[in-house]
Design a protein around this ligand. Structure first.
Ligand SMILES: [Zn+2]
Length: 344
């Protein structure tokens, strides 16, 4: 694009911006005048707002296609890509599962063969899910009192070293995901702050979500519920009432479950010896020991304040590694992702 074209485009955008400011001034004038007239004031305000939004949309439409904006976007391309990669990594961490069943119950087929296919309205609402256990009222109530006991019993979770490893890994992944989200938002804000001066004030102030989207940031699932949920459900025989007890394995609850299962395994008699539990405090202790530095690539939070650090088993659990302090190390999320089941 020639210098002349860029200048023409700049002039056009400045013209729309000026029009917007004029409308804002007009709005105040119209509002003041119409308030004197009385009845027409509301209509005048609504009309002015509609005209303002109309001009604002035109401005936005052309601005996001302008070379000026594309140049800003291009200047931070690499940072945005990094953020999007971390975002994808966080989504992968969220999909960690805690499922370890002690028994294979086999498969069966179920169908409704009634002639009129009549189902009571309440029953129609019920969804059958392997995370929902339909039970008696007393089981439902007791599950509320002793969630882990009933969770292990009715969802057939075996109190074993394998299950403990599994829930510890899930806890490790979820903690990294939660921390990653905070760091990702901070990094995104840092990037936006670095270009804030170059982007029109109105777009930064009132249309930040659109600006974020136009810059190429992928959506961050900040509030989506991804923690595994197990439910005990009771439905009365007449289907008039029902009761549900939900057990959500979020970070605090998973941490408690780790202790519960560890106690169930009873370490005193086990092979564990120096086995430690992968809790929040242990993760922090390992990071502190490693000076918040990736033990593979040497990157630390001093160089990248919003760096996501994760805790890794040097010899993976799948290869017989144990959760001991000697076998744990701090890795940045990229090195950890690359490492997979390798040993280094
Ligand atoms: Zn690294």
């Amino acid at each position: 694009m020639s210098q002349e074209q860029i200048e023409t485009e700049g002039c056009f955008l400045r013209f729309i911006m000026a029009a917007l400011h004029t409308i804002a001034v007009l709005f105040v004038v119209v509002w003041l005048c119409s308030s004197l007239v009385g009845l027409c004031s509301l209509i005048a305000i609504v009309l002015t707002v509609i005209i303002y939004i109309f001009f604002f949309s035109i401005f936005e439409f052309f601005y996001y296609r302008s070379k000026a904006f594309l140049a800003i976007k291009h200047s931070i391309d690499k940072n945005i890509e990094k953020c999007n990669l971390l975002n994808k990594h966080i989504e992968d961490l969220k999909s960690a599962s805690v499922k370890i069943k002690s028994t294979d119950f086999g498969m069966s087929d179920y169908r409704d063969e009634s002639v009129y296919n009549y189902t009571r309205p309440e029953l129609k609402k019920l969804q059958y899910d392997e995370h929902v256990y339909d039970c008696s009222l007393s089981v439902c109530k007791n599950a509320q009192q002793q969630p882990f006991k009933y969770l292990c019993k009715y969802f057939d979770f075996e109190i074993s070293e394998e299950f403990l490893n599994n829930i510890e890994s899930a806890l490790n992944d979820f903690s990294a995901a939660e921390q990653g989200k905070v760091l990702l938002i901070q990094e995104r804000n840092r990037i936006i702050n670095s270009i804030k001066e170059k982007v029109p004030f109105l777009l930064v102030k009132f249309r930040q979500n659109k600006l974020i989207q136009k810059l190429g940031f992928k959506f961050i699932g900040f509030n989506d519920p991804y923690f595994p949920k197990y439910s005990f459900r009771y439905v009365s025989p007449g289907c008039n009432s029902s009761m549900v007890c939900d057990i959500v394995l979020d970070i605090p609850n998973l941490e408690k479950l780790v202790h519960y299962v560890a106690k169930g395994i009873d370490y005193k008699n086990g092979i564990q010896g120096q086995r430690v539990l992968m809790t929040t405090s242990l993760r922090e202790k390992i990071k502190q020991r490693d000076h918040y530095t990736c033990q593979h690539c040497g990157l630390s939070i001093n160089q990248e304040p919003n760096l996501l650090l994760e805790i890794d088993h040097i010899i993976p659990l799948s290869k017989g590694g144990m959760t001991t302090e000697d076998n744990l190390q701090t890795l940045c999320w990229k090195c950890n992702r690359h490492k997979g089941n390798k040993i280094y």
